[in-house]
Ligand binder design. Structure first.
Ligand code: BGC
Length: 376
């Protein structure tokens, strides 16, 4: 008995010393990996990244998703500002897209069909007559490999995936790598890269929901938004692009100057009615460093979005209805979170005028998106 006690004390002491040394060495920057369960025979981990400022984000390799972003408000009070779940079961069975990497094709493909080099490909329909977010078995729903956690100065995690030829109906064996870095400046840097052995299409994004009051604390209608986009992509009643790129000047879609999300969301404007709110891709000007900002005046939290992608899907949580119960038992209600999903335009494989989403063998797709948090 005594020996067991002594052994346990020794283990605790060694673990403590290890953590402490680790913290001193890295000045508190840390990566922690915990096994939380097994899904379809694969181990699922919760990964906690702590930066030198002592702020924490959590991720899981199920869907390569972000599940917690804890940042201070202007008083220094920390809260989680993204949607997610506390337990393995709720992560696996909860909303499929909260914080996840979405692929192969984020957003909609009309009628689940597209043609490449004269060959028509058919995808599973999971959104009325369309395919949404890569189909029901898309990359949000699979367990990714949690790669060697890279020994970088700032805490990093690497997720990789092999997507087989004809997975969900898409051609080509693909290798996908997503690297999340949590910088000491409170930036989540997401680096995506991907290759294929057959011509295919790709539109990859992260589907995090944000509420800068704190997730589960009211709606996002008072958040002040800027999107540096002179035009947006109008949609039809199935949320499929009509092909037009419409200037935002003079209509309630204009966020080139700051407006609260709620100011014009209820206006009798055809696109807001079709979208049941904002659910539209903005055509980024890509002229300045920062592409979009969200500011919430009560907490003083500011989020900046920086991307090399041509578009951002601005979605105001119009389909949330409070049935998803997230961290701390809080329901995620109608319009209680917003998404800024960077990427290409919906249905590009069927829209010859849109920037191409074709990836050829021998080419490597690379892109970066940064979500930067501060207060003002
Ligand atoms: C789409 C919404 C959809 C949501 C599902 C967003 O990217 O724009 O229409 O309901 O994803 O989570």
């Amino acid at each position: 008995m005594k020996r067991i006690l002594l052994l346990s004390l020794t283990v605790v002491a060694v673990a403590f010393i290890f953590t402490a040394c680790n913290q001193t060495a890295k000045n508190k920057a840390m990566v922690k990996k915990e096994l939380i369960g097994t899904h379809k025979g694969k181990e699922v981990f919760l990964i906690t990244l702590t930066n030198k400022a002592g702020n924490v984000i959590k991720l899981t390799n199920f869907g390569a998703r972000l599940t917690w972003i804890e940042v201070p408000d202007k008083e220094g009070e920390k809260d989680n500002i993204t949607f997610g779940f506390d337990t393995f079961e709720s992560i696996i069975n909860g909303d499929p897209y909260f914080g996840s990497v979405v692929g192969r094709y984020a957003n909609r493909i009309a009628k689940g069909k597209f043609t490449l080099d004269g060959v028509e490909y058919s995808l599973a329909l999971n959104n009325g007559p369309n395919t949404l977010h890569g189909g029901p078995g898309g990359w949000h729903s699979v367990v990714w490999e949690t790669g060697a956690i890279e020994k970088t100065k700032e805490p990093t995690v690497v997720f990789t995936l092999k997507s087989p030829d004809m997975e969900e109906g898409y051609p080509g064996n693909m290798d996908i790598k997503v690297v999340y870095t949590w910088t000491d400046n409170n930036e989540i840097v997401i680096d995506y890269s991907s290759t294929t052995d057959k011509k295919t299409v790709l539109n990859i994004t992260n589907h995090a929901y944000f509420n800068l009051h704190g997730a589960g604390h009211g709606d996002i209608l008072d958040h002040q938004l800027v999107i540096k986009a002179a035009s947006f992509v109008p949609v039809d009643s199935n949320l499929i692009p009509t092909g037009e790129l419409r200037p935002v000047a003079g209509i309630p879609m204009d966020f080139t100057t700051p407006h609260t999300v709620g100011e014009r969301i209820g206006e009798n404007y055809e696109q807001l009615i079709l979208g049941k709110g904002y659910d539209h891709t903005y055509v980024l000007d890509n002229k300045e460093e920062v592409d979009a900002t969200v500011y919430e005046p009560v907490s003083g939290r500011l989020m900046e979005v920086i991307t090399d992608q041509p578009g951002v899907q601005f979605y105001t949580g119009n389909f949330l209805n409070g049935t998803m119960i997230g961290h701390g038992g809080k329901p995620y209600n109608y319009r209680s979170g917003l998404c800024l999903e960077t990427g290409h335009f919906p249905d590009s494989p069927n829209q010859p005028e849109f920037p191409t989403t074709v990836l050829n063998p021998g080419d490597t797709f690379k892109s970066q998106t940064i979500y930067r948090f501060s207060v003002k």
